[in-house]
Structures are given as C-alpha cells and as structure tokens.
Design a protein around this ligand. Structure first.
Ligand code: AGV
Ligand code: CA
Length: 323
C-alpha cells in the first residue's frame, strides 16, 4: 500500500485526544510513509499514549510502525485532569477489542529514536509534531548534522497575532500550551536552523469542536467516523474549569501535509520565544532578533473541515479515496 514515492514522515505527539485522532488521520491521508511515532509525556500520561497509539496503528493495518516513548519533561506541567482525559480512548470497545502487542515499542528514548530514523532515511523526512518540541529539539541539539535530513517540521504550537491559551497564575496568557510546556525547547527548535512551519492558534481558532461538526461526522455512520465522534464527544464536558472549547489544533496541523497550497495562507516572519515569566513560551514577532519561521495564518475552513471528515470516515482497513 505504501509505495516508494510516498514521503517519509515521523510523527511526534503528546497523547491528547486530538493527537490520537491526528494519528488516525495521518495514516488515512494519501502518500504518507509513516516511519515511526514518538511520544512526549506532556498533555497525557505516556503509558496511555503508548497503548492508544499502538492500538490505532494495529487497527489501521500499520502494525509495522514502531512507537518510542520520550523521557524529557518540560518545566511547566499540563493540568493533571487534561493528562488523564485521553485514558478513556483506549477504554472504548473497539479499542479494547484491538490487540496492540504486535506493534513494536523501541527501547530507545524518543530523541535517540528520532536521530536513528533521520540517519537511516535516504530521503529528507517531514516531522509532524503536535506536542511540545522537547524530543526533536534535543535530537537536533545533540546532532546538528541531522538538520539537513529534515525536510521540514510542521508543528502545532505558538500564538503569533492572537492570545495564547495558557491560563496560569504566573502567566499573562500570551503563550500557547505546547510552546509553554518547555519554553527552552521551543526556543531551540525555532532558532536551530531547521525549516519550521508553525500551526499556531491564529489558524486553529477557526476550528472549534462544535455540534455541527459532530453531526456531520455522525451522519457518515461508519466505523472510523463513529470512533472519532466518540473521542470528540468526550471533549465537550471534561474541561470547563480551564476552558470551554476544544479545537482541531493537531488535526489542522496534520491536515497541512495534504491541504493544497491555494487553500492556505502561510506567512514567514522573524519570531522570538520568551523563556521567562510572565510570558514564558510566547512566540512573538521580533524584527531585530527573531528567527525566520513560516506560520499558518488562515485556511479555507469549509474545505479543510470537509477534507478532515472525508479522511476520518470509512472502514479502518480501507484506505480512503483521495479527497
Ligand atoms: O494548545 C493546544 C495543544 C494541542 O496540541 N494541547 C491540546 C492539543 O493536543 C493543549 C491544550 C490546550 N487547551 C487544552 C489542551 C484543553 N482544553 N484540553 C486539553 N489540552
Ligand atoms: Ca497535542
């Protein structure tokens, strides 16, 4: 199914509900050769993320794709309620019925796993990252020679011209959570010279998980769309003490690998990262000292929603037609 002209992709995620749905979306999009899945113990507990990732790979006929757990922890932990929430994903019946034990788990920590995968690939690799930047930043800090093996990094993170989503007592709400969890890693990633396309809140704010999206998915009435709808249904109540809306943050970032260029507005700006309170993790425009970074400003929202629903519908073992 995965032929030679497919582009090699490493997926680094942090086990949230939309990270897991992003894994499902990624393996169902065309022309992707998934080399491996690495996990950051950020917006999840790593054990849960490993189990759910292996099950989703097994269910979709991708049992050959190895999973690796990250060992690096950022200084600003996610709220424990958010980290525990995705446990319900591997408690759902179709997930419980799936045996994940054939899917290999690497003995290397994620940053070493990433180094080995980049080294072994004969083509430059696209890195999709939907959690904090710690694994990749560490991998490239230790091995700057591998930067040339990265085609580009598509990263869900940051907030450029809009407010962030961190609401902590010592923070002024200017940062997005993935950037805030490990501000130093964010700074290293954006300044190390690797080509980055950020998918910040500027673009993801247009994609709340709302009733109309849930209805559209429900009407598809297929095994894949039903599981996706169940995962998203769990996001509609669990977090009101922090925030009332869940967004398609990671889903949009994953979709960027396939969205045609004329359906997106991408800017390139000089951007710096703060590592101190009260704005740790803020990704701000800085014409003097910033690094050149591409970032997704907006998309054709209806097109992207329709594309996402298309690839997230059907049978688990049947690759969807091209949208
Ligand atoms: O800031 C968005 C990132 C995405 O990678 N994550 C969730 C997505 O996986 C953190 C986050 C922000 N608000 C949240 C988050 C919420 N209300 N619940 C769980 N995670
Ligand atoms: Ca995430």
């Amino acid at each position: 199914m995965k032929s030679e002209q497919c582009r090699p992709v490493l997926f680094d995620h942090d086990g949230g509900i939309d990270d897991l749905l992003s894994l499902l979306l990624l393996v169902r999009m065309p022309n992707i050769n998934l080399l491996g899945v690495t996990i950051t113990p950020a917006d999840c507990y790593a054990d849960d993320a490993v189990i759910s990732s292996r099950k989703l790979l097994a269910m979709t006929g991708n049992s050959h794709v190895p999973v690796s757990e990250g060992t690096i922890a950022g200084p600003n932990p996610f709220p424990p309620e958010w980290r525990a929430q995705p446990k319900m994903c591997h408690a759902m019946p179709v997930m419980l019925r799936t045996d994940e034990t054939d899917v290999p788990v690497s003995t290397d920590p994620a940053h070493v796993f990433i180094q080995k995968q980049l080294e072994q690939s004969d083509k430059p690799v696209t890195v999709l990252m939907t959690g904090p930047a710690s694994n990749l930043a560490q991998a490239l800090k230790e091995r700057p020679d591998l930067i040339e093996k990265v085609e580009k990094v598509v990263w869900m993170g940051g907030a450029v011209e809009v407010n962030g989503n961190v609401a902590m007592h010592d923070h002024n709400r200017s940062a997005e959570w993935n950037a805030y969890w490990h501000p130093q890693a964010t700074k290293e990633l954006l300044s190390c010279g690797v080509k980055v396309c950020m998918v910040p809140l500027d673009a993801t704010n247009a994609f709340p998980v709302d009733r109309s999206l849930l209805h559209t998915l429900a009407e598809k009435n297929t095994p894949v769309s039903d599981l996706v709808g169940q995962f998203w249904a769990a996001t509609t109540t669990a977090i009101p003490s922090y925030e009332f809306t869940y967004f398609l943050w990671d889903i949009l970032s994953t979709a960027v690998l396939t969205i045609p260029e004329d359906k997106m507005t991408i800017e390139t700006s000089l951007i710096s990262v703060s590592v101190n309170t009260p704005n740790a993790g803020q990704t701000y425009l800085d014409a003097e000292k910033g690094s050149s970074v591409s970032w997704l400003k907006s998309t054709d929202v209806d097109y992207v929603k329709a594309m996402v629903v298309h690839y997230l519908s059907g049978e688990f073992l049947v690759q969807p037609e091209r949208f």
